[in-house]
Design a protein. Structure first.
Length: 147
């Protein structure tokens, strides 16, 4: 019955049903894991932009219980602080200030000879590996996003 009412209101006021149903819901605390492994700097910037938009889209950081970016493979090179892209650095700092955890795959760190002190402050090594961490978070109810 409520859904029908929301649909009628949406039609009358020119709001899409998707927007109307989202607005009718009470904000909830979200748990989100983003997965990044591609070599492209553009993909890294895109993923960080998605994270920022995601936080805004759910009504702000107050509606996010936890968010983690798990990075492995060639994408981890974009998070080495020496020579780090300024846009990546700034977006990461903004997100970390809101509670983002940057998880760095331990297997990739070993394979690429990247040490924790080469990564941004607050980076968390994942000795079990990035994909195992993603699995663990999904088992805990995190929503998986792969931009």
């Amino acid at each position: 019955m409520r859904a029908a009412f929301v649909a009628v209101v949406a039609i009358v006021f020119g709001v899409s049903v998707a927007e109307a149903s989202h607005l009718a819901e009470q904000p909830k605390k979200h748990r989100i894991v983003y997965h990044l492994d591609e070599a492209s700097i553009d993909k890294t910037k895109f993923a960080l932009g998605n994270l920022e938009n995601h936080v805004k889209g759910v009504g702000g950081i107050a509606n996010v219980e936890a968010m983690e970016l798990v990075v492995h493979g060639p994408a981890l090179r974009h998070f080495v602080t020496v020579g780090m892209d300024q846009g990546v650095k700034e977006a990461l700092e903004r997100l970390q200030a809101q509670g983002l955890v940057l998880g760095a795959c331990g297997n990739t760190m070993r394979g690429l000879s990247i040490t924790l002190d080469q990564l941004p402050r607050g980076a968390t090594p994942l000795p079990q590996g990035g994909v195992v961490r993603i699995m663990e978070l999904q088992e805990r109810g995190y929503v998986y996003i792969r931009p």
